[in-house]
Design a protein around this ligand. Structure first.
Ligand code: MN
Length: 436
């Protein structure tokens, strides 16, 4: 009986780590490594050649295979020549993967939406009480970090994080992990960056300096986001966009749009969201099918021009009207109002809504005698109030709140109070819960 363990072509660290972990779970199986392996994984294998000596065995004798163990893919098309084992009733197929909706029909499968496949296999190794070496722990952690973007991708789960902790306990070497996971800036990426620099166009749109590069590409090229970031840094515009068009064999085209912004008020994440993608204020991307790159370029320009929806301002997030009190309110009344409203502070304004001060529960400590409760609030309020303007960005509001350790900021325009923004308003924005 021949058992083989394999993974997808263009194997990344998660794929290779899962392959090695599976070989500990199925010690009798032969490891059939794909011909194409990512450059950084290849580099890792070559310095550990004595340990991971699996090279070039995808051309294994497939006639006698009785069991096929596939890790980190659920797709026959990614198995290269092993595709020929598809639908052979004599072969038992076992799957370990974190990609849902594949086309491999397995007899037994562990498929979960989790940051990295290696997390699933480490769970099994722990259940079986199999010890792992520091080198294996290092490799597993590289796989986990690569597929979860150092646990920052939204696909990462708590179990991925616990697993990273456990692997560090098993003496995974972070300096080795970092060395191998450094973003790959290879020949292909260099060619694209040079082409972008040769054809740099600078545009002034709605007051922003931007650049949009249309680049045809062939097949999948990794780390395009890194290239766009480097390009933006070099030509120093507010935002740079790469429109990468891939002409497929069937005549259809796919267009990958990647944006990088260095200007807080030009939010490329929201911009890309309007194009069906997503991201953060500083970085975003969208995938468009069957579109002309010129149309995409115009879409980007239109979105920046009608900047209203693409850049969120405090005035979009603040609450109003704001509950305020006049300066003559007695401290006794203030205390009552604070209790009724369950809040910690109140804004004091004059008849023209001009902000005079703020009174908080803390200020009641200043009261020494009971009859002072009949004094007006203006005698006890603090007149130094930190405020923000309506045109500022949510991240500026968050910065001010953190710096002064306050949870609420009055929004003031021409000395008049027009609203209030709370920490949870700002957080709602950052967690992307803002309704469109
Ligand atoms: Mn993976």
């Amino acid at each position: 009986m021949t058992q083989i363990i394999t993974t997808h072509k263009n194997a990344d660290f998660d794929a290779f780590a899962s392959l090695v972990a599976a070989s500990l779970i199925y010690p009798k199986a032969v490891v059939a490594i794909p011909k194409n392996i990512n450059a950084n994984v290849k580099a890792f294998i070559s310095i550990h050649k004595d340990i991971f000596d699996y090279t070039d065995r995808w051309d294994i004798q497939t006639g006698r295979v009785t069991r096929l163990i596939v890790v980190d893919t659920s797709d026959w098309n990614r198995l290269g020549p092993l595709f020929k084992l598809k639908d052979k009733p004599s072969i038992e197929v076992i799957l370990w993967d974190h990609h849902l909706h594949g086309n491999i029909d397995a007899h037994w499968a562990c498929i979960e939406p989790i940051g990295a496949t290696i997390t699933l296999l480490v769970r099994e190794l722990k259940a079986l009480k199999k010890p792992i070496t520091p080198i294996q722990a290092t490799l597993f952690l590289a796989g986990l970090y690569e597929d979860t973007g150092n646990l920052s991708f939204s696909s990462s789960t708590a179990e991925d994080a616990y697993t990273a902790g456990w692997l560090l306990d098993q003496k995974a070497d972070l300096s080795l992990v970092n060395r191998f996971l450094r973003p790959a800036y290879g020949e292909k990426q260099k060619d694209i960056l040079f082409e972008m620099l040769r054809n740099t166009n600078r545009l002034k749109v709605n007051g922003y300096a931007i650049s949009i590069s249309q680049i045809p590409i062939e097949g999948h090229i990794s780390n395009l986001a890194l290239v766009v970031r480097m390009f933006r840094d070099i030509i120093n515009v507010d935002a740079a966009f790469g429109v990468f068009t891939n002409q497929e064999k069937n005549g259809k085209s796919r267009c990958m749009v990647i944006g990088r912004s260095d200007n807080e008020s030009l939010d490329v994440g929201t911009l890309m969201k309007s194009m069906g993608g997503g991201g953060h204020p500083g970085a975003g991307s969208a995938m468009l099918k069957g579109v002309n790159p010129d149309v995409v370029q115009q879409m980007i320009i239109d979105l920046i021009e009608g900047n209203q929806q693409s850049s969120v301002q405090i005035s979009d997030l603040m609450s109003f009207p704001v509950f305020t009190i006049p300066p003559e309110t007695t401290m006794a009344d203030v205390s009552k109002i604070l209790q009724e409203h369950g809040c910690t502070g109140l804004l004091v304004v004059d008849k023209k809504d001009k902000l005079l001060g703020v009174i908080s529960r803390r200020d009641f400590k200043k009261i020494r005698k009971v009859d002072q409760l009949q004094s007006p609030v203006k005698a006890f309020m603090s007149t130094h109030v930190i405020t923000i303007g309506p045109g500022k960005s949510p991240s500026e509001a968050a910065k001010i709140m953190v710096r002064h350790d306050i949870g609420r900021l009055p929004v003031v325009e021409d000395e008049k109070i027009i609203g209030i923004i709370t920490r949870s308003d700002a957080m709602t924005y950052f967690y992307d819960l803002l309704p469109d």
